[in-house]
Design a protein around this ligand. Structure first.
Ligand code: NDP
Length: 296
């Protein structure tokens, strides 16, 4: 920790206001690098705060939120398996959280604990570093929590069409049933059977299954039709460890623009920090902290 930040924290303790408190709740949480990423940006921002990683049993989500309120936590993150079960214990939901019916982030406004979903927003920001998603034709592989958050945000930002290809077709259909009537984007479900051919003409292809996570050699069996768009197709993976996945390596060989899952992870955290602190998060230090953590 640099000396200046150490002084900022000491001053907060001795003269107030006390350091802001944040936490991540989930089970299991060992191996979750969020704390390191948050601590890195707090130090870079000179923002006096503590971030804890807490194991919370599924039977005690209510008590965990009540505890956060009693201890005056200034916000937090929610990870698996509590992203849905936390909802009844929060005071309100953002539009993204309401539509996706999942919360990964708690924002405190005037003492009210508001559930937000920044996963999809983080993904959107990673893509919009390259190009606006408005009008895009999108293929999403997968229909789990990450896919749901991404599809919600892409639809809220006016992607023209989203095809959801999933192993269990009913999971893709559930997303359409849940958000289809609230958005103008055309949503279609398709069965995912390997080998799976990716038709030409998509502007964005998203690998949103858990395949490849912590398993560098694991891959989906995909056949890329020759992409004949005027502009290159963007291929994005949600898997962040390893950063360079088989999907991204193969997609780049097919001439697409690869976007790794680390961008989404950093930006979903940065969007939370911006809301918690009213300041701009330091995404460079966040990315560095994650890369360092993944080496362990
Ligand atoms: P879920 O368990 O909710 O969903 C998993 C999805 O992957 C389902 O659609 C499932 O299909 C599909 N799937 C799993 N195995 C296979 C397989 N062998 N073949 C085809 N499809 C398969 O997980 P999440 O959505 O929460 O997480 C998905 C990934 O996203 C994880 O790797 C997670 O780490 C990552 N993630 C990344 C974030 C980031 O910031 N970069 C943020 C959040 C998550 P089915 O429905 O048939 O079971």
């Amino acid at each position: 920790m640099n000396k200046e930040y150490s002084m900022v924290r000491k001053e907060a303790l001795m003269k107030g206001p006390l350091e802001a408190l944040f936490c991540c709740i989930g089970d299991p949480v060992v191996g979750n690098p969020t704390q390191l990423m948050m601590e890195a940006t707090f130090e870079a921002m000179n923002f006096p705060a503590r971030y804890l990683t807490c194991t919370v049993d599924s039977s005690q989500v209510k008590e965990a939120i009540e505890g956060m309120k009693a201890l005056q936590f200034s916000g937090g993150n929610v990870t698996a398996p509590h992203k849905v079960s936390v909802i009844p214990f929060l005071d309100d939901l953002s539009e993204s959280a309401r539509l996706s019916q999942a919360v990964n982030c708690i924002i405190v406004k005037e003492g009210r604990y508001i559930g937000d979903n920044t996963d999809g927003k983080g993904f959107l920001r990673a893509i919009e570093e390259i190009k606006s998603v408005e009008g895009m034709r999108v293929l999403v592989l997968g229909a789990g929590g990450a896919a749901r958050a991404i599809i919600t945000e892409l639809a809220l930002h006016k992607a023209s069409s989203i095809t959801i290809a999933n192993r269990t077709l009913s999971h893709a259909q559930q997303i359409i049933d849940q958000i289809g009537s609230s958005v103008s984007t055309t949503l279609t479900a398709q069965p995912f059977v390997e080998p799976f051919t990716i038709d030409s003409g998509y502007d964005l292809v998203v690998q949103a299954t858990s395949v490849g996570l912590f398993k560098p050699e694991e891959r989906l069996d995909l056949i890329w039709e020759k992409q004949n768009n005027k502009e290159k197709t963007i291929a994005a993976d949600v898997v962040f460890n390893p950063v360079e996945t088989r999907f991204l390596i193969e997609a780049e060989q097919e001439g697409t623009i690869p976007v790794d899952g680390l961008g989404m992870l950093v930006f979903q955290g940065a969007i939370a920090v911006d809301q918690w602190t009213g300041q701009v998060a330091d995404t460079v230090s966040m990315r560095e902290a994650l890369l360092e953590a993944f080496e362990l």
